[in-house]
Design a protein. Sequence first.
Length: 552
Amino acid sequence: MLNKQKIVSDYLVAKGIIGVLELKQALEEQFSAQERIELILKRYNVFDEEQLGELIVQELGLTVVEFSVLEFRREVLGLINPSFANRFRVFPVHFIEDVLIVAIDTPLNVLSLGYFSSVLKIKLETVIIRAKQMNELLEEYYPISGTALVNRSGTDNEANSLTPEEEAPVIQLVSMLISDAYRKRASDIHVEPMYDTLKIRYRIDGLLREVQSPGKKLQAALISRIKLMAGMNIAEKRLPQDGRIRTVVDNKEFDLRISTLPSHHGESVVLRILDKRVMHVEELGFSDQQQQMFKEIIGLPNGIILVTGPTGSGKSTTLYAVLSSIDRARKKILTVEDPVEYQINGINQVQVKSKIGLSFARVLRSMLRQAPDIIMVGEIRDIETARIAVQSALTGHLIFSTLHTNDAPSAITRLVDMGIQPYLVGATLQAVLAQRLIRLLCPKCRQEYHPPKDEMRILEWVDSKKEIVLYRAKGCNFCSHTGYLGRTGIFELLIINDKIRQLMHEYVPSTVIREHAREMGMVTLKDHARRKVLDGVTTFQELVRVTQNDID
């Protein structure tokens, strides 16, 4: 077999890309630092490894092969642990005599063969595959588990007795955990200690999905590492703590909001991934009519506009999209939030701090002296906050806020139940937007079918002569075998008109207001979800899951 390591080394030196001594030092440093050779070469000012890799392949005539043509043997997977495979991007293929053939996705990794052989204690030979194939292989056969200690269980006494060799990979484990979750579009990472295991789950498209988890032995080190990154007190394990981490994955910067909670078997940790990109109103999922009406509403000079829905229904995303669409150069916008999730240029954002008495109500009172045009209140939680919001709207301010109700009309009765007089609600409330998030079908694998009669009844399909075609979720590699990829909103926009104001004064229940609004053309959450099912955007099962309380 060709000595590819010598060929690549000689090429780098001959081209003057790196000196002989520098290359020797870089390879020695890899043994001590246990890092990818590309990262070490960067410290020696070797230029971009991707461009350099392509150049080496072209000039040395190395071949990039399709993995499908290789004789892959599953039995060799156990020879390389998940930490090593993911960290150095090496994938075992098969044995030829006493040599293990491994796939790599950059020719620079050829330089590391000596290091790999010494660590794995196996003779190695390499083949080069494409980076996309390597990503797919690592995700399928070596999912994020992080270290060679994966699936090793330990007792409580062992949990705090990691050797120095075992402690070092924990840093990479946390980094890989965050990177993997971000690439899989997770919104949360849940680290949950159990009696004899440590469970790790991602929330993807609103649903939790368990991933391969490290052994119980890593629990203390893993949680301490996260707390250290978030600036928390790692010695305090009896009280809940909050923190924040700013990190970069694939050249994209984002924040993580960290929350710890003492539980029976250790601290439960949730990492909330906060993508810095703020969506536009056009991306939220409105129908054309809803979008036009909503844009007219948010352009009003004063009043209260509420966004309602349960936790995790995308209320904050909608409010940030609204604020980003407003001309911030001409209007002063203030927000009071708990916590501040997304930072928007041109807006003054205030974080509530209940420990020092900085509540929603107190911040709101102070905000009015700042002469704002628009105020966004993270949530109306109590009567005091509600009263100040109403007074602010009466004095010419435009107020955006959220409320936890199941539908739009219920927001009216909720404000009245909190203690706000109906005439004040009628005088200030301009619109209520109820919303939910519904999963989108994967465009690569969605499958056509003709629905049975019970589905057609719920969809209110009355044209018996016209055949209806819907789509079901199937699952493929592109969507991680879930059948869904991403989420969109379904909305119920209630515009407060004179008739509804009259009904408020009469103290009628929300069901009466709802029926009147529907007569006036309001599209309900269920109606909007039906439309998305018929358009092939989502599935009938998603409609039932998200709007099951409304289905007759």
